[in-house]
Ligand binder design. Structure first.
Ligand SMILES: [Mg+2]
Length: 355
């Protein structure tokens, strides 16, 4: 039998949201994540696999088995088989993160200005779906915190009410002071989308994510060309594997932006490929977390900081759970800051306390 190069442990955990999180696929009240802990005999490293039920291409009933097989390979080779895991982005991301964490020994991953605590990452404040009054209250809260970029989920309550919310925001803050993004999560039909985009264009929006459902490349391409609001792709990237398909999708649709989520879109390895291909075509991009806990959020933030971008990123979602691990990050003045290098042992101890 081959000797194991690393000890790898999987710690599944279920976490409760402080407030139910409304997404394009319904409301999440709790969240199942799998922490991957690697030990080399001296130190440990922690990564987080956090596929989203109904949204992740790799969230299958045998997810735990797939993860275990990937861990087996890591035990034997001591390396992450990125190519073999392209179709399992959340597994790939968790394993990649665990290995970076092992090398770092703590939550400071790398030597960027972010990691040294000198520079915060601009964040788009995210307004979760809810009824009109709840969303209004959330928007006002967010505006108080000094956020310079806000993203509002639309396509869930009635359109007139959503337009009313956008008007409320714009009355308080012009585009010069607040960048406003909307995310329709594929909620508009092809028949109605153009009319709605014309209405939305009145509010000086930075972009609209996924105006129509993913998988309609020709129609999305026409929209991207004609829309008065720049089109960003998010769900469209899910399940698109292989460089040829990535290139084809970007060339057919020619979006203004893509939203890159390591957990959903290829981990860090293939997330970086999305970004390279976007850059080669003059397509803008930003990085977004996908309801990971702080362990995953911290990995994404450090990765994002290494990519040299000044656009506001979607990294605000890790602070949503009743239980969480202190990884030394904090939100302040609309930015995510890294304040303290937390040793991996300390984080692991906390995770082991949850059952
Ligand atoms: Mg989105």
């Amino acid at each position: 039998m081959q000797a194991e190069k690393l000890k790898v442990e999987v710690l599944p955990r279920t976490l409760a949201f402080k407030q139910p999180a409304g997404t394009s696929r319904g409301i999440y009240r709790e969240r199942r994540v799998w922490y991957v802990v690697v030990h080399d005999g001296e130190r440990c490293g922690i990564g987080e696999c956090a596929p989203l039920h109904d949204l992740s291409a790799d969230y299958t009933p045998d997810y735990a088995d797939v993860l275990e097989r990937a861990c087996d390979r890591l035990r034997l080779t001591g390396e992450v088989d990125a190519c073999g895991l392209e179709c399992c982005p959340s597994v790939l991301f968790g394993l990649e993160s665990a290995m970076l964490s092992l090398a770092a020994g703590g939550s400071r991953l790398g030597d960027t200005a972010f990691a040294s605590g000198k520079q915060g990452i601009d964040i788009n404040g995210l307004i979760w779906m809810g009824d009109h009054d709840t969303m209004l209250a959330r928007i006002d809260d967010k505006l108080q915190t000094g956020c310079r970029c806000m993203k509002v989920k639309i396509g869930a309550i009635d359109f007139a009410a959503e337009v009313d919310l956008l008007r409320h925001i714009r009355e308080a803050f012009p585009a010069s002071r607040l960048e406003l993004r909307v995310d329709a999560n594929g909620g508009f039909s092809i028949d109605e989308v153009r009319g709605k985009l014309d209405v939305l264009a009145r509010f000086d929006l930075h972009s609209i994510e996924q105006p129509i459902r993913a998988g309609q490349w020709d129609e999305m391409g026409r929209l991207a060309a004609e829309s008065p609001v720049p089109v960003a792709l998010d769900e469209e990237l899910i399940g698109v594997y292989g460089r040829d398909n990535v290139e084809r999708m970007l060339d057919v649709i020619k979006p203004s932006y893509i939203v890159v989520k390591p957990t959903l879109h290829g981990g860090m390895t293939f997330g970086a490929r999305w970004i390279d291909e976007a850059r080669a075509r003059g397509i803008g991009w930003w990085v977004t977390s996908a309801l990971e806990t702080n362990v995953g959020l911290n990995s994404i933030a450090h990765w994002c900081a290494s990519l040299q971008t000044s656009m506001p990123q979607g990294l605000g979602t890790g602070l949503l759970f009743t239980d969480n691990v202190d990884v030394g990050i904090e939100m302040r003045d609309g930015r995510l800051w890294f304040k303290r290098n937390v040793p991996n042992d300390e984080m692991l101890q906390k995770i082991c306390q949850w059952t």
